[in-house]
Design a protein around this ligand. Sequence first.
Ligand code: ADP
Length: 272
Amino acid sequence: MDTTKLQMEETKKEILSAPYYHPVGKEIEVFEHTYKNKLPFLLKGPTGTGKSRFIEFMAHKLDKNLITIACHEETSSTDLIGRYIIKGAETIWLDGPLTTAVKEGAIIYLDEIAEARPDVIVAIHSLTDHRRELFIDKLGKTIKAHDDFLLVASFNPGYQRGFKELKPSTRQRFVATSFDYPEAKIEIEILVNETNIDLGIAKKLVNIATKIRNLTELGLTETVSTRLLVDAAKLIKSGLPKRLSVKVAVVEPLTDDVEVVDALTDLCDLMI
Ligand code: ADP
């Protein structure tokens, strides 16, 4: 194969592997400028609204490595920075994902940062201001971030019970953008693109979501996300009956309250 053909094949592969992301506002432009200025970036919004997909898309667009950490209540600064491990008779230092990103100039994405232990916030402090450096206490060393390094975090604002807050002093270290459920037209397009489902079914799924999202009196901790709709569409596409798909992918994940499940199932059955 000649080199031109080979190059073309590679370009094609690159294009094919680009994550699909449908913009919902000015977030691409905002992120490009944030990256250019190397300002930390915070994505706010409920689960399943495309935050992770957006960062995957941007990392690909900017041709940067992306390191994603799903934070949970046990995530500590050691998990991010690194630790000594025993290998045979030796003790060796192993860089954590944050240290690797700082050294190599990757984008690090701390998903659900508010869930992590407080020492994580302390650890990223000096990376979120003009210093752009990481202090590795166990090595007694400070390292300067690579020019290409960017810190990105996501956060689910705690309007409801059960979510942890992010302190104003931390929030103000980031440029922030809100993510929410996309408008119907865009959400339909996302479903069709993600799953190849018929347009008619995509419309019905989005109608169901809109209806449930408006039922605030149900007191759901979180309501129907685009992710749940994508899952329902995938099940339908693979041949599971429509009503059953909606029940297991949309209704059941939302609540454990039997009466609410029954009421929502009846409602959805009428709509699909
Ligand atoms: P989050 O990180 O906000 O929890 P994700 O990025 O994992 O959510 O999104 C969940 C799913 O929803 C994705 O896998 C994708 O299928 C779909 N999705 C949501 N928003 C978009 C969007 N704007 N463009 C493309 N896909 C989207």
